[in-house]
Design a protein around this ligand. Structure first.
Ligand code: DAH
Length: 442
């Protein structure tokens, strides 16, 4: 994102007065979130619309389908893993979504130049703080607190495109399962987690590498393979508990900075392979930095919306945020294992309006940040925005001006929109685009 865009986004935020954005006598701009003040800087790109989703905690609302699926996942882990009659896993589902860049990235070995840190992909409060982009952001702090087996469940925030399966706020379940040598090799006492030349007491003396695709160099092959087998069995057990014993699945090799090796699990659903989770063996550097240097751990993260939409046949991700009783009543007072198929209350018609503009000379069709535009559309249009599609890019052959055309699909989930009211919102979006990006409407 260019500085220019940040500035314009700021102006845009300022204009929308619901944002608590104040200027102190020393003229330091601050952002207030959950009663905490943060000093705004050139990273700040939160919008009032995004702030309005904080504290909704859909995963904890009894009538919300996300809450049912959350409970089913927790039940699977509680009942599958016990010691002395108590659940092995502890569950954290009230962790604040306001995190530091250290928690969200550095602690997880995410490189400085990794694309997931980009301002175009995250909601930054300022240079050092952001709304978490994944629940893995809490992994190190919970390990540091001495936990070994835990689930972290909550809302995560990512700047993305707009369509029926993407929303800038969604929910994830993330987990860590750690094992000591005695636990992992309960039945094979002679085996070890670490290679003989690796000293767990001094991990930084050893250059742990991830060059070998099967394991981290500090781990023995037996430990890595046994953990991989357990991880895969436990996660297949989870999707079977959710979708039934016959669910078809496959493993795909993956890369995450915080695990090695890493995989994604896909299930065959609705005639398509659908990715449901990412997982892997936690990088030893993360465990050692956070404390437990004598364990090996696996971790995984899954998106609740995607599973919930598939399980209950919910066609549009925006419905998760509905407060309409026609939607919520379908999930009210239901047992968590009850089979529910969402019945559309009714489908109201869409209105599609196109918006074309010339970019200012400082921007090109390649440097214009579409995510900035999507946030602006969502801020002005609210939840009646169903989809925004980039329809056309064009460079004028003579004057070399660059132009973009977006189709904006409007649909209210609970009533019919009139063309006249859509036109009014559309005009507001045009005006905001002119003010924020300096474009000229065609
Ligand atoms: N944090 C990853 C994401 O949001 C998902 C993930 C992958 C979580 C691997 C993990 C993991 O804990 O081990 O895409």
């Amino acid at each position: 994102m260019s500085i220019r865009n940040i500035k314009s986004n700021f102006l845009f935020i300022n204009k929308l007065q619901c944002f608590k954005y104040s200027t102190s006598p020393k003229s330091v701009a601050t952002v207030t979130l959950n009663e905490k003040n943060f000093i705004a800087d050139e990273y700040t790109n939160l919008t009032p619309k995004i702030i309005s989703y904080l504290n909704r905690n859909l995963h904890l609302q009894p009538n919300n389908p996300l809450c049912l699926v959350r409970q089913r996942i927790v039940k699977y882990f509680y009942s599958s893993f016990t010691h002395g009659g108590n659940p092995t896993f502890s569950v954290y589902e009230n962790l604040s979504p306001i995190v530091t860049t250290k928690q969200n990235f550095d602690d997880l070995l995410i490189p400085e130049d990794h694309p997931s840190r980009a301002k175009s992909d995250c909601y930054y409060i300022n240079r050092n703080n952001l709304l978490r982009g994944h629940m893995t952001a809490h992994q190190s702090e919970l390990l540091r607190a001495g936990l070994d087996n835990f689930l972290m469940i909550g809302d995560v925030y990512r700047r993305d495109e707009i369509d029926s399966s993407h929303f800038p706020v969604f929910h994830q379940v993330d987990a860590v399962r750690s094992q000591l040598k005695e636990q992992l090799f309960e039945n094979h006492r002679g085996l070890n987690i670490f290679e003989p030349d690796f000293d767990p007491m001094h991990p930084s003396d050893y250059k742990n590498s991830i060059d070998d695709p099967t394991k981290q160099s500090c781990h023995t092959l037996e430990a890595a393979k046994l953990m991989e087998t357990q991880l895969k069995n436990h996660l297949i057990g989870l999707v079977q508990a959710l979708f039934g014993e016959d669910i078809k699945h496959r493993w795909v090799d993956a890369y995450f900075p915080f695990t090695h090796p890493s995989w994604e699990l896909e299930i065959f659903y609705d005639n398509n392979w659908m990715e449901v989770l990412g997982c892997g063996i936690v990088r030893n550097e993360i465990l050692a930095n956070a404390g437990p240097n004598n364990t090996i751990a696996y971790a995984f993260g899954l998106g609740l919306e995607r599973l919930t939409m598939a399980l209950y046949k919910i066609p549009d991700i925006r419905l998760m945020w509905s407060t309409d009783s026609g939607f919520l009543s379908q999930f009210h007072d239901k047992g968590i294992d009850e089979k529910i198929t969402y019945k559309p209350v009714s489908v109201y018609p869409q209105c599609v309006n196109d918006l074309s503009f010339w970019l200012p000379p400082s921007l090109t069709i390649d440097t214009f940040m579409c995510n900035d535009f999507y946030d602006l559309v969502r801020d002005v249009g609210g939840d009646i925005i169903e989809q925004v599609k980039l329809k056309d890019k064009f460079i004028h052959p003579k004057n070399k001006k660059h132009s973009l055309c977006f189709s904006i699909v409007y649909r209210h989930l609970e009533r019919t929109l009139t063309q006249a009211e859509v036109n009014e919102v559309h005009k507001e979006i045009e005006k905001a685009a002119v003010n924020s990006f300096g474009v000229v409407i065609r």
